[in-house]
Ligand binder design. Structure first.
Ligand SMILES: C[S@@+](CC[C@H](N)C(=O)[O-])C[C@H]1O[C@@H](n2cnc3c(N)ncnc32)[C@H](O)[C@@H]1O
Length: 329
């Protein structure tokens, strides 16, 4: 996705959405912060498929404002970690839900191998150029057999016209092959279940209206609205649709059953990455040593998952502290 469209849809609108929720009230937070179009039935399907349990660590890659992860924490008692590259969306996750957020791209996750219990990645892959790299990196941080829940926008045919700016939709078979190549076994792939209840949709619409009332004339709002209209047209024409996917991390060394000659599992972690991660974690811990000391630290095998940090910035971009979030870029 181009920088401007990406920033408009996932950063500016994220900040405005968090602002609007703070004005309107808490009951608007989760519906408005589900930006990948997941609804309660889709989230319940993913949570049940992944067998989410109280206390287990759920990494949400491309978490946006954190609505789906907050929903999972509230309904299933998981401990979510949000991973999201856009600063205002990161801030929103903290402002609205008080969840731990890592500001990073999905193809370089600053967590140790096998350190989380489950992962979600909802409405993200079509915005990512190297989908295999993100999936491989998610695989790295999961232990063998651990579940991945995906909400994916898939194309009926390889060519989608006109494609919304920056979106590359895989077809369903392409996605299956990508998962296999990244080292996941596909368990189930279904169409997105029924629509959200009216009360959920109305809360989403109320927040969207509050955002539009203040920002309609803003270029970022116009860009984001244009993207949204393109999506609506493509869904209506059947060129794209949403699927829910449950996959599990294949144990190392076991060949794919579906694609015996399938692609090798790539590990996008280059030289120095581990050192960079360690440095980032130390930095984050040292910024609040008391809090860090009180939290569990993942052991070498990732057996006791649990972040000892609240923010990590891999690219030197600062996420504003709680309370001031959302008023900077
Ligand atoms: C449609 S939103 C979905 C947000 C959230 N998953 C949800 O369902 O509410 C897509 C999100 O993916 C994030 N994203 C885009 N490229 C990414 C990447 N390379 N790694 C991780 N996240 C990415 C965007 O910033 C955006 O927040």
């Amino acid at each position: 996705m181009t920088a401007s469209a990406m920033a408009a849809e996932f950063d500016d609108v994220a900040r405005w959405t968090a602002d609007a929720v703070e004005r309107l009230g808490e009951r608007y937070a989760i519906p408005a912060a589900c930006r990948g179009s997941a609804n309660p039935s889709a989230l319940a399907w993913l949570a049940e498929a992944c067998e989410l349990r109280p206390g287990s660590v759920l990494l949400d890659v491309g978490a946006g404002l954190g609505g789906p992860a907050a929903w999972a924490a509230g309904r299933f008692g998981v401990r979510p970690i949000l991973l999201e590259p856009m600063p205002a969306a990161c801030s929103a996750g903290v402002r609205l839900f008080g969840l731990p957020v890592i500001m990073a791209d999905g193809d370089r996750i600053p967590l140790r191998a096998g350190s989380v219990d489950a992962a979600w990645c909802l409405g993200v892959l079509d915005t990512v150029h190297d989908k295999g790299a993100v999936l491989s990196e998610i695989r790295r941080v999961l232990p063998p057999g651990a579940p991945l829940g995906l909400l994916a926008v898939v194309a009926r045919d390889p060519q989608v016209r006109p494609a919304p700016e920056g979106n590359l939709f895989p077809t369903s078979p392409q996605l299956t092959k990508l998962l296999d190549g990244a080292g996941f076994d596909l368990v189930e792939q279904v169409d997105q279940p029924a629509d959200a209840p009216l009360s959920w949709t109305r809360r989403v619409e109320r927040v969207a209206a509050a955002v539009a009332a203040r920002h309609r004339a803003d270029r970022a709002h116009v860009l984001a609205a244009h993207q949204s209209e393109s999506f609506t047209r493509l869904f209506a024409s059947g060129q794209i649709s949403m699927q829910l996917i449950h996959a599990t991390r294949r144990p190392t060394g076991r060949a794919s059953e579906q694609f015996p000659d399938g692609a090798q599992i790539s590990t996008p972690t280059g030289d120095g990455f581990e050192a960079e991660v360690e440095a980032e974690l130390s930095l984050a811990e040292s910024s609040d040593p008391q809090r860090a000391a009180a939290l569990p630290v993942p052991d070498g095998d990732g057996a006791t998952a649990g972040p000892a940090f609240e923010y990590v910035s891999l690219h030197g971009r600062a996420v504003p502290p709680r309370g001031t979030a959302g008023r900077t870029p």
